[in-house]
Design a protein around this ligand. Structure first.
Ligand SMILES: NC(=O)c1ccc[n+]([C@@H]2O[C@H](COP(=O)([O-])OP(=O)(O)OC[C@H]3O[C@@H](n4cnc5c(N)ncnc54)[C@H](O)[C@@H]3O)[C@@H](O)[C@H]2O)c1
Length: 334
């Protein structure tokens, strides 16, 4: 697969991983390695010719003549194939089933993320790592420990997804194009995530003004915020497992920001070191993403006037994430 293109490795060739691979391949600027376990041990007749990841890669390559991309996708279970990656995405682990919280996945996914991150960093020590596996904030701590990389190169995807869900709900309620909604959903990737109303604009106009002018009711906006917080659970209830299209493209957007050094400001799960009054905790906040990973962190609590509700929401969300991270410690996994 030698080419002049950049290299992105996606660990976990399941729903989210394969969607990330497909979206990146379609952009044409990187080849993709899709890594999964050697074979599905639950299969009655294990495959003779390769693993599930090799099958998905073949399928993705066979889509390329029609879609028109030259990126190549390699499916593998051998970490040597992902050597010298520019970006590594970690999606391996169990997804949610209906009624499950992300925290229910804690112990099982901690072992998986620790194991894959440790193996990946041996062959790709210079990469930026983007964690997707849940519970997201806690899994970032696990990946940081397993890789021993600087925290700026171990980041998590949650806020881009949560924000796109919020933006989509608002666009539908108001009847304007999704592109014209700008919004951040910050905090932990759980039901206590915090939609930041004071930075939400529709066509550049603050959302609160849309409420005051009667174009959107307070009740509608509150329901949108609630549905955003419950977004993953609603989808899991409908689909029977975690969603993957929006999570996949949200992750690909972060990959692109790093790979192309785009200096995007995206809601990113990063290790806070005092910003927002929070230390030593992975948490979703706006960060500048470029080739070096999270290159700058923006402390909105200092930069803009957040409402008391937003500040309280951030504090509550941080407390909730800390409880999850502490339970990882008490399980001996951090
Ligand atoms: N952060 C987010 O916004 C977000 C959104 C959606 C899903 N998720 C999480 O992403 C993860 C993946 O979700 P999914 O829907 O793709 O699940 P999935 O079951 O479709 O795929 C997970 C894949 O990981 C693989 N895997 C398990 N252990 C592995 C190991 N040791 N090495 C390599 N591969 C391994 C499995 O074989 C499987 O193919 C879940 O934890 C889910 O909760 C996060």
């Amino acid at each position: 697969m030698a080419s002049g293109r950049k290299k992105v490795s996606v660990i976990g060739a399941g729903n989210v991983g394969a969607t990330v691979a497909f979206h990146i391949a379609q952009q044409g600027y990187a080849d993709v390695v899709l890594l999964d376990l050697p074979d599905d041990l639950t299969l009655e007749k294990p495959r003779k010719t390769g693993s599930m990841a090799t099958g998905k890669a073949l399928d993705l390559n066979q889509a390329s003549p029609i879609v028109g991309y030259s990126s190549r996708i390699k499916g593998t279970s051998d970490y040597a194939d992902m050597a010298a990656s520019d970006v590594v995405v970690i999606t391996s682990g169990r997804p949610r089933s209906p009624g499950m919280s992300r925290e229910d996945l804690l112990a099982v996914n901690a072992d998986i993320v620790a194991s894959v991150a440790a193996q990946a960093v041996r062959v790709s020590p210079a990469a930026v790592y983007i964690v997707v596996s849940n519970p997201l904030d806690a899994m970032c701590h696990v990946a940081l420990k397993a890789t021993s990389l600087p925290a700026s190169r171990v980041i998590g995807q949650a806020g881009v997804l949560d924000s796109t869900r919020y933006r989509n709900y608002i666009a539908e309620a108001v009847g304007v194009a999704v592109e014209d909604i700008q919004a951040y959903v910050l905090g932990g990737h759980g039901d206590q995530m915090v939609p930041i109303r004071s930075l939400t604009t529709i066509g550049g106009i603050p959302v609160q003004q849309w409420v005051e002018s009667g174009k959107l009711t307070e009740e509608q906006l509150q329901k949108i915020e609630d549905d955003t917080r419950q977004g993953g659970g609603i989808l899991t209830g409908l689909i029977g497992t975690s969603a993957w299209y929006a999570p996949g493209v949200a992750t690909a957007e972060m990959v692109e920001a790093v790979l192309l050094d785009r200096k995007r400001i995206l809601a990113t799960t990063i290790l806070l070191t005092g910003e927002y009054g929070v230390s030593d905790l992975y948490f979703g906040v706006p960060a500048l993403l470029g080739a070096a990973g999270a290159e700058e962190v923006y402390d909105l609590s200092r930069l803009v006037r957040l409402t008391p509700t937003e500040l309280a929401g951030i504090e509550d969300s941080a407390k909730k994430v800390r409880v999850t991270v502490d339970s990882l410690r008490s399980l001996g996994k951090l």
